[in-house]
Design a binder for this molecule. Structure first.
Ligand SMILES: C[S@@+](CC[C@H](N)C(=O)[O-])C[C@H]1O[C@@H](n2cnc3c(N)ncnc32)[C@H](O)[C@@H]1O
Length: 293
């Protein structure tokens, strides 16, 4: 692997080992998660051909239908006014990284438009596209947006399909964002997830993909995984040789069973890289796609 070209460091100096109790709690958590894994395997056995992302959507939808809460997909009782309070930080981050009103932006895994609502308001008409594996969440989100706004800005919302990805990939957007999604992708589906997402990244696209980072792969909840940036870099290098990567590291999650931090992977695929493997040395010389914030 060409680490220099990928620009990925492990940031070992700043890893925080969990507090002493954390080790025990995490061991117990891993046993619990193993039991939950059996539940998923049983669910899938009854529904041949489904994936973990189907299971994810099924579980969250059921939880919401039963009156449960989800931190990004709606608390069922959000009023339109309350909804506007959530997700604005992501827009500020993107604007500080060059997003302008006229840009075309695709959000991959847009959920209930927690972030999408701000992108829709900010971007010019027809410039926002939200994609997800289920329409349940974005239909909920649309219900919370003013009809005039929807009419004026004409957001495009669609299910993720291979035909849709191929079509969008033919006219890559200026920005691709995926927030709080990658952490919910089951390890065996990660390459397929990255390949789909990278299909939408053209030579001019700036992609920002949030993930939970820890120095080794770690499942932290039934539907959440943390991973080393290096692992993601290796996977991306195999799928999109020559892609340039940077990591912006954010805050620590701060739960005793979850030592990871919230990081963002910034991806660019220079034109040369889009046409086959390139020399790592050349890639390393380009401008930093994701200056620190
Ligand atoms: C935690 S929510 C985040 C939603 C939104 N990005 C936000 O920040 O509010 C995760 C979203 O990812 C979607 N998702 C889960 N697995 C996915 C996959 N393999 N590909 C694309 N989206 C996926 C879910 O349907 C859900 O809408």
């Amino acid at each position: 692997m060409r680490e220099a070209a990928l620009g990925i460091e492990d940031d070992a100096g700043s890893w925080r080992e969990p507090v002493r109790l954390g080790g025990l709690v995490r061991a117990g958590m891993q046993l619990y998660l193993r039991a939950l894994r059996l539940r998923f395997q049983l669910w899938r056995r009854l529904r041949p051909g489904t994936s973990f992302s189907d299971y994810y959507a099924f579980r969250v939808q059921r939880k919401l239908a039963e009156g449960g809460v989800h931190p990004t997909l709606g608390r069922n009782r959000w009023s339109p006014g309350e909804f506007r309070w959530y997700g604005a930080g992501a827009l500020a981050f993107l604007v500080s990284h060059g997003l302008e009103r006229h840009h075309r932006c695709i959000e991959y895994g847009c959920g209930s438009l927690r972030v999408g609502q701000h992108l829709i308001r900010y971007l010019d008409a027809g410039r926002y596209t939200g994609l997800d594996v289920t329409d349940r969440f974005f239909l909920d989100g649309l219900d919370l947006l003013e009809p005039e706004l929807q009419e004026q800005k004409r957001p495009r919302l669609a299910l993720i399909t291979s035909a849709g990805l191929a079509e969008l990939g033919r006219h890559p957007a200026d920005f691709l964002v995926s927030i709080e999604v990658l952490q919910h992708v089951e390890p065996r589906e990660l390459d397929a997830f990255l390949a789909s997402l990278l299909q939408l990244v053209g030579p001019e696209t700036r992609a920002f993909v949030s993930f939970r980072e820890w120095k080794q792969p770690l499942q932290t909840a039934e539907k959440s995984w943390s991973r080393p940036a290096r692992e993601l870099a290796e996977r991306i290098a195999r799928i999109a040789p020559g892609a340039r990567l940077e990591v912006v590291r954010g805050e620590w999650v701060k739960r005793s069973w979850d030592p990871s931090r919230k990081s963002i992977l910034c991806i660019q695929r220079p034109a040369a890289a889009a046409h086959g493997p390139s020399s790592g040395a050349e890639d390393a010389k380009g401008s930093n796609p994701c200056p620190s914030i």
